[in-house]
Design a binder for this molecule. Structure first.
Ligand code: ADP
Ligand code: ZN
Ligand code: ZN
Length: 742
């Protein structure tokens, strides 16, 4: 008998440990329900405070310290069988512990929306009618109701039941007689077993794969040969054929009868990738992302959990989906920030993917053209196996990157003469041009030429962006909107001027400069409608637009074979950003955007406009590539003792009241210091980067430790202490382990 499951004894009441869907910070103990079976992974209703909450059984037959008088009983068991396996539970609870989240929040966050409430698992089986068990033992006298008699005879001949449609086909509309028979207790409504509706897609004729080049074949062979858990970094330049390697590995694992999990950063990436997978993967596949309706998410979740879907393609939260026969995990674009959940239960889907593979005893492949420095560090110190694809696949060649020094140059809405000349040349030659500017809207500020007023947000320490198309000022940090003023709110001057440019303004200029030329702007504003991003990208890939202008939405993973020139309008803020990750992000973005150029046979050029052409990191990146840049950046991190050479957790607090957040974090610091050994450092508490946001004053306290274990050693006792602190009602606080943003 395992020690964790002692038999209940007479002296000690045995309790059930429940993760309650409420922010209680820990698992709670309850007595078994008055009747019925309980197993880990079943949902229950439990009394909490004055009401009832949904909970998930995490363990049964547990000893407790609570006096039996204080123990309450589970009110209802919601599921006849467990929704989650012990392995799923242990993974989710591990995640909630590592990220210091609330176990209930972590467990229920991983479930489809309806299952977070007390609703039963969606039943897609068709409705029908059947004879009630035992009802026909004494055949009723139906001579005066011949239609009822006919229906009853029909159903008696089909004891498993018939669908409404089948009854109608046999006897015409029988709803009246069926109701009458049901009222007499002779027949009943039922669900009929039929194959579950398709959350799962599979095309009948998979496309044949191209033969792998030497680098691809080597990389594939290394992963394929691995036994059990192993972590692989597939470090391949854009277009080097990483996806082809994934597809080969997937085919192998599916052949071996196991399931595959593929994580991608964003929904914008999934349409193209989904189609490519659907054409190639010879097995049922399910897709999970936040753009799906709740019922579709639940169907996909259930198909994965039930083993019907052999491959699950999803965004970050898909990492929590049960996959009982998991045999391979792939994280594409592993450096991408959207794999990090930044709100509520904060986690890194990439790091959890590694843990998940470890638990399942299978390989995990992290792929990127610009690996995160953390990942490269793990590859270089041997924890991950480093696989390289140094060349573009097929016949494509690397793009040439040129710097355009724009100091003291006249600019036309941010476009230099050098860029415009090259654009004209490519457009005349019938090619596509991609322009990248990571700022949406018309201009980031509106200002009064007479008195100097600027369009500041009243709720944030930030400026409001002019969106001239909709004639509004919008705060991109809190969403506040105002009508575009016609005169200065301060001095009433009509001379208001937009300062700087966003994509909307560049679009205006380009439409004047290239009248009639098909142009697509791709940013969050232009793709608000469902399906619009997919439509624009498909059209762009077919070459319908001659100019593509967009934010980082356009930089990611898309295959745009007609693009021969990429113009990057402005990345300078990344060179001198205040976040220590700013240069890493800048380099990744630059390489990713550049990777859109010349993906097919036509060679590509990238033109980067900058006022800092001599910046050493930029020089290094352009001359020697991302790997060399990363080496230098890692050396800087080591020098400064920053991640990945140390480990951090960020405590954040905010409140509408001045000082409240700082006060809370001061208490947190006082609670933390005695728990922390010498070499754990504290930075702050200090005001956040943007101190006021959406009317709340924000502060933060950073904990930094030389090892994860030391950091966790402080957090484990600290979090319960923080929950016990008397914080004012309006104060909110959170913890972020391995934060990605300051
Ligand atoms: P990545 O995922 O690294 O960006 P992809 O797998 O998407 O690269 O490959 C880029 C392009 O090269 C695609 O059009 C793909 O079909 C093609 N390709 C990949 N591998 C090969 C190969 N071995 N032979 C021919 N074409 C290939
Ligand atoms: Zn004014
Ligand atoms: Zn605001």
């Amino acid at each position: 008998m395992p020690a964790a499951n002692p038999e209940p004894s007479a002296q000690m009441p045995s309790v059930v440990r429940v993760a309650v869907a409420a922010p209680v910070g820990e698992l709670l103990d309850y007595l078994r329900p008055a009747s019925g079976n309980v197993s880990p992974g079943m949902r229950v209703l439990v009394p909490l405070g004055r009401g009832q909450r949904v909970g998930m059984i995490a363990a049964v037959n547990q000893p407790t310290d609570l006096p039996s008088a204080r123990l309450k009983r589970i009110a209802t068991v919601l599921d006849p069988t467990p929704l989650l396996t012990p392995a799923d539970l242990s993974f989710l609870l591990w995640a909630s512990e590592y990220y210091r989240g609330d176990p209930g929040e972590a467990l229920f966050g991983a479930l489809p929306a309806r299952l977070r409430r007390a609703q039963p698992l969606l039943d897609d089986r068709p409705l029908g009618w059947r004879v009630r068990a035992g009802a026909v033992a004494e055949p009723p006298d139906l001579r005066r109701a011949p239609r009822q008699g006919a229906v009853l005879a029909l159903l008696t001949a089909a004891p498993q039941g018939l669908t409404d449609a089948a009854v109608r086909t046999a006897l015409g509309d029988c709803s009246g007689p069926l109701r009458a028979l049901a009222a007499r207790g002779l027949v009943e409504r039922c669900r009929l077993d039929a194959p579950a509706a398709a959350a799962v897609t599979q095309l009948p004729q998979p496309e044949p794969p191209p033969s792998l080049n030497e680098h691809q074949a080597d990389a594939e062979a290394v992963v394929a040969a691995s036994q059990g858990f192993g972590c692989f970094l597939l470090d391949g330049v854009t277009g080097s054929g990483k996806t082809e390697v994934y597809l080969r590995l997937i085919a192998r694992v599916l052949d071996a009868g196991r399931q595959v999990l593929v994580l991608v950063p964003e929904i914008g990436l999934t349409p193209q990738l989904r189609k490519r997978f659907a054409r190639r993967v010879p097995a049922p596949m399910a897709v999970l992302h936040s753009g799906l309706a709740d019922t579709d998410r639940e169907r996909a979740w259930r198909a994965a959990a039930g083993g019907e879907a052999r491959l699950l393609l999803g965004t970050r939260s898909a990492v929590f989906t049960p996959l009982p026969q998991l045999g391979l995990v792939i994280v594409d674009e592993e450096h991408d920030l959207s794999l990090k959940q930044q709100e509520g239960f904060r986690y890194s889907a990439r790091d959890l993917a590694v843990r998940r593979a470890q638990q399942a005893g299978c390989p995990v492949v992290l792929g990127s053209a610009t690996p995160a420095l953390e990942t490269l560090h793990n590859a270089r110190n041997g924890r991950y196996r480093h696989l390289r694809l140094p060349e573009r696949a097929g016949r494509a060649v690397d793009p040439e990157i040129l710097l355009a020094d724009i100091r003291a140059q006249p600019l036309e809405t941010g476009l230099s003469h050098a860029l415009l000349t090259r654009m004209e040349r490519e457009i005349d030659a019938g090619n596509q041009v991609l322009l990248f500017l990571n700022r949406r809207g018309f201009s980031p500020v509106l200002t009064c030429h007479d008195c100097g007023w600027v369009s500041e947000c009243t709720r944030c320490d930030a400026r409001m962006t002019l969106h001239r198309g909709r004639a509004i000022l919008v705060c991109h940090h809190c969403g506040l909107e105002h009508r575009q003023p016609v005169q200065c709110p301060y001095c009433a001057s009509p001379d208001l001027r937009p300062l700087g440019q966003g994509t909307e303004r560049v679009e205006d200029t380009l439409r004047q400069r290239f009248p009639g030329l098909p142009l697509a702007r791709i940013d969050r504003d232009s793709t608000r409608r469902r399906g619009e991003l997919e439509r624009l990208l498909t059209a762009a890939a077919r070459g319908e637009h001659r100019i593509l202008l967009g934010t980082q939405m356009l930089a990611k993973g898309h295959h745009l074979p007609g693009v021969t020139l990429v113009g990057i309008l402005d990345l300078d803020h990344g060179l001198y950003g205040s976040d220590f990750r700013a240069t890493e992000r800048m380099a990744q973005l630059l390489v990713q955007v550049a990777g859109r150029a010349g993906r097919a046979e036509r060679p590509g050029t990238v033109l980067l406009q900058t006022r800092h052409p001599q910046h050493p990191m930029l020089q290094l990146l352009l001359r020697d590539g991302y790997g060399a840049f990363a080496t230098a950046a890692l050396a800087e991190r080591e020098e400064a003792n920053l991640p990945p050479f140390s480990h951090q957790a960020m405590l954040r607090a905010d409140s509408p009241k001045e000082q409240a957040a700082l006060d809370f974090l001061l208490q947190a610091l006082a609670a933390a210091r005695p728990l922390a050994p010498q070499d754990v450092e504290f930075w702050g508490p200090a005001p956040a980067q943007m101190e006021r946001r959406a009317g709340r004053i924000r502060a933060q306290l950073l904990l930094q430790a030389p090892t994860r274990a030391l950091l966790q050693g402080v957090l484990a006792p600290l979090l319960p202490a923080l929950r016990a602190l008397k914080a004012p009602r309006e104060l909110r606080w959170s913890v972020d382990v391995d934060p990605q943003e300051s």
